[in-house]
Design a protein around this ligand. Structure first.
Ligand code: G4P
Length: 530
């Protein structure tokens, strides 16, 4: 039973730069999946734009809603788990960590912009775990960059090979549709009066079919033939193993807004997105999703929506076995058995009590303070996944307490928020009173100031520091040693490991060249041993 159940799970995330069309595509996927019935139900764009200010003004709406952390829907006898990777105002380390729980990612690019900075960062995180990535090039109904230029952009900036599964016929006002290379079909794009696309599929007998000329016009048909010939001759061959290793990405073109190309994309994605696979636990233990032994790791902890209670929800990704409500599991970090009483799953907008769940599923565990990001839970005794690293923050600020009498409150707050993963704490030897905080999205500083003041009563400010990169240095004993070797700033993380901060890649490169016997890690494991 468990065997069959995990095989029909697909757990994925969508990565993109703001405005590329993630919300629009998500809406469309949920519509096809039957999880929602009218577009606009995911999160209205207006609401999304003001999410952070609303959040700051209204205590009740804490960041993204819990229900949007993971969405489940059934489509074609597959249970889809779509993980939310906030890419907007609330861009934070959460976004990176969530990717650790996904088995596949959809990368959306804006056809007029190609690869943008946030996409690059998120792609890099997928690469760390060799997560397969499927690319959807969106907004083809608008003026777009040349399709070959977009392919080279992906290849050069991201260092991944591309294989177009579909190929655009024109763009912008001249966009006629896409050629489906694998099925040798032309999907025609026709704008309907409501601004949506009417789907008109035409099976041709191949790219040389003379029907193409009358269908598309002679010139566009010839251009398409030339381009496909070029792709067939000089393009990469499809190689599933390389895709699964994250080394090659299939590419689709379409327009999420007008619905064009979404259904064929979802159909192909169904075949591409892998079912849950093996995961490594420490001590060279390989965990198979079909194992009877239950195992899961916590990748996100979120403060409950109810501000009057300090309880939280811990999101855990199941890696093997079967979860049953009320089951007893071993909690590795705490070194003891606990009972998992209250767990929830999320169907579209609804939260439901979960009675059973399988590998690939995400469960939301009611957390009275037991869970931290990175925690492993398992039956049959202790085991630990090294699944959720701490990522290098990209912004640093020295925290200043404005009211010295509130130091206790500050300490409690900052401790709890760092356990929740909202911020990484560092201390500089000699200046321990003013900790250095690291975050991935700059707006997190405002979120921190707000939460420290409103939830803990400690008013603070941040003096921004000019660093962009943190590296955990293997081989260096302490901060003194780092500083002696011209590292611009040396701090200790919360486990007292030495961390070097750098302003830019040049500084980082110089330090690496000057200290060849050191290893500069861009992530640090966050599991504390039992
Ligand atoms: P995001 O979640 O990645 O930030 O992007 P989102 O879906 O919110 O889309 C950003 C903007 O791009 C929206 O316009 C959306 O309508 C538009 N868009 C998304 N996909 C397509 C597409 O395929 N073609 C075209 N032409 N536009 C697309 P907006 O003006 O910001 O919002 P709205 O006024 O349309 O609601």
């Amino acid at each position: 039973m468990a065997q069959k159940e995990f095989q029909r799970r697909r757990t994925f995330a969508i990565i993109s730069h703001p405005d590329a069309g993630k919300t629009t595509l998500t809406e469309k996927l949920l519509l096809y999946g039957g999880a929602i019935h009218a577009a606009g139900a995911v999160k209205s764009r207006k609401a999304k734009r003001s999410a952070v200010s609303d959040w700051m003004a209204l205590e009740k709406q804490r960041g993204i809603s819990v229900t949007s952390s993971v969405l489940q829907f059934e489509y074609d006898d597959i249970r889809w788990n779509l993980l939310d990777t906030p890419g907007h105002n609330d861009f934070s380390e959460d976004t990176y960590r969530t990717l650790m729980a996904a088995d596949c990612a959809i990368m959306i690019l804006d056809a007029a912009r190609g690869v943008e900075p946030q996409t690059r960062k998120l792609f890099h995180v997928c690469r760390m775990r060799n997560t397969p990535v499927v690319t959807f090039i969106n907004k083809m109904d608008r003026p777009a960059r040349d399709a070959f230029a977009l392919m080279s952009d992906v290849e050069e900036v991201l260092g991944v090979s591309t294989v177009p599964f579909t190929w655009p016929i024109g763009s912008g006002d001249l966009f006629q549709g896409v050629y489906d290379r694998r099925n040798e079909a032309v999907l025609r794009f026709e704008r309907s009066s409501e601004g949506q696309a009417k789907r008109a599929e035409m099976k041709v007998t191949g790219i040389d079919d003379p029907e193409l000329d009358s269908l598309l016009g002679e010139e566009p048909a010839q251009t398409l033939r030339d381009e496909i010939e070029l792709l067939d001759g000089a393009g990469e061959e499809w190689d599933e193993a390389r895709f699964l290793a994250g080394d090659l990405t299939p590419v689709f073109f379409g327009s999420a807004l007008t619905n064009f190309g979404v259904e064929p994309f979802l159909q192909s994605f169904k075949g591409l997105c892998p079912a849950p696979g093996q995961r490594q636990a420490s001590g060279d233990v390989t965990v198979n999703p079909s194992d009877d032994r239950f195992s899961a790791f916590v990748f996100k902890v979120q403060a409950n929506m109810d501000p009057s209670h300090r309880d939280r929800i811990a999101f855990a990704r199941i890696c093997s076995g079967k979860f049953e409500g009320g089951m007893r599991v071993h909690h590795y970090r705490l070194g003891k058995a606990i009972r998992l009483n209250r767990a929830e799953q999320f169907f579209a907008q609804d939260r439901e009590n979960v009675l059973e769940a399988f590998a690939g599923d995400i469960i939301g565990l009611y957390d009275p303070g037991l869970f931290r990001i990175g925690d492993t839970l398992s039956t049959e005794g202790p085991m630990v996944f090294d699944a959720v690293p701490r990522f290098s923050p990209e912004h640093f600020g020295r925290l200043q307490l404005l009211d010295p009498l509130k130091r206790k409150q500050l300490q409690k707050g900052i401790q709890e928020l760092s356990e929740e993963g909202t911020v990484q704490l560092f201390s500089e030897p000699g200046r321990e009173k003013d900790p250095v905080c690291g975050v991935v999205g700059r707006l997190q500083f405002e979120v921190l100031m707000f939460r420290l003041e409103h939830e803990y009563g400690a008013k603070v400010t941040f003096d921004l520091l000019p660093y962009q990169y943190a590296r955990w240095v293997e081989g260096a004993a302490d901060c003194e040693e780092l500083k002696a070797r011209r590292v611009p700033m040396a701090v200790l993380d919360r486990d007292n490991r030495p961390v070097a901060l750098f302003r830019d890649e040049w500084e980082l490169g110089r330090a690496a060249r000057d200290n060849e016997n050191w290893i500069f890690h861009e992530t640090a494991p966050i599991v504390a041993a039992a």
